[in-house]
Design a protein around this ligand. Structure first.
Ligand code: 13P
Ligand code: SF4
Length: 305
């Protein structure tokens, strides 16, 4: 399968991008792996005409908006995102209209339509920096992740108005189980993604994007131990880059549910990567009028990052 993908990649002059939550075999095969900010930045700078985005649809849409002349393939078009789905564009527009004179800052985990309603986008890598770039008294609507929004409010002392959305994977981590794991591993550093709920974040030593958590683990001395509260896919790169360190996944409240796996991310398989390159489908399409409006806040984010 890997040989087939390499052959097709050459034939199509394609580049494979993968998010850290992708299946390990896809991360190993990708030309680039990264967090959602890095994937957008890399996509924007590529010269090849075909991008295979092994992530979820909003990542493919962001790449397509930035590179309208390229073919962007997401190997499984059902790779949605519960957080993006928690913010339907029509409802978000009504929320914005009900709160005039607010700057709209949206997380990149949104549909192209929601991006088009926003003044600037952020990822978990740059949210604090971009929010801080606005005057202290700026009235801000932040959507759609209430957990990231609450976290940014707490570290900046702001009172941004929050959309009430969340990611079903990160919401499931249990603070009680995390406290028990910490007691069992008192030397472990707790790494948590800001999409987790506040009680989990209060127990964390490092709160950051997938890339920031990976960096914190990689910079720690050999022999260090970590408890990781984010989607399980990141453990692959953490372990690969840090063979002398121990990584323990944090637990969801229901230990039988494998809720720390994002089922959407895991839809992309090697077989589907090969198939999408063979068929040049499913290709991401964004309505040109929506894309035109959505490009501005994405580019503003990239220039502020
Ligand atoms: P980052 O890669 O920006 O940390 O985001 C995590 C995420 O939810 C991607 O789906
Ligand atoms: Fe969306 Fe959550 Fe999956 Fe990320 S982990 S793609 S936010 S559902």
């Amino acid at each position: 399968m890997k040989e087939k993908i390499e052959r097709l990649k050459k034939e199509r002059n394609a580049v494979i991008l993968a998010h850290y939550y992708s299946r390990p075999e896809i991360q190993d095969l990708a030309d680039y792996i990264g967090d959602s900010l890095a994937l957008a930045q890399i996509a924007a700078g590529l010269k090849e005409p075909v991008i295979v985005m092994c992530g979820v649809n909003f990542m493919g849409e962001t790449a397509k908006i930035l590179c309208p002349d390229k073919t962007v393939l997401v190997p499984d078009s059902n790779a949605g995102c519960s957080l993006a789905d928690s913010c339907p564009a029509a409802d978000f527009e009504a929320f914005i209209n009900a709160h005039p004179n607010h700057t709209v800052i949206s997380y990149v985990n949104t549909s192209a339509e929601v991006k088009a309603l926003s003044d600037v986008l952020v990822t978990s890598s740059n949210a604090r920096k971009i929010v801080d770039s606005f005057p202290r008294d700026e009235k801000i609507i932040f959507g759609p992740d209430r957990n990231l929004g609450n976290y940014i409010n707490s570290v900046t002392g702001r009172e941004m108005l929050l959309w009430d959305g969340a990611c079903h994977v990160h919401e499931e981590f249990s603070a009680e189980k995390l406290a028990a794991l910490k007691a069992e591993h008192p030397a472990a550093t707790v790494l948590a993604h800001p999409e987790c709920r506040k009680p989990v974040l209060l127990l964390a030593d490092v709160v950051g994007s997938t890339a920031a958590l990976l960096k914190a683990a990689t910079e720690a001395p050999d022999g260090s131990e970590f408890i990781v509260a984010t989607e399980s896919g990141i453990l692959h790169e953490m372990r690969k880059l840090n063979p002398g360190k121990t990584f323990i996944p944090a637990q969801p409240a229901d230990s039988t549910c494998a809720c720390n796996d994002c089922a959407f991310m895991k839809l992309n398989t090697l077989e589907k990567v090969a198939e999408c390159l063979e068929r040049m489908s499913p290709a991401v399409e964004v309505d040109p009028a929506v894309a035109e409006k959505a490009r501005k806040p994405i580019e503003r984010m990239l220039s502020l990052s």
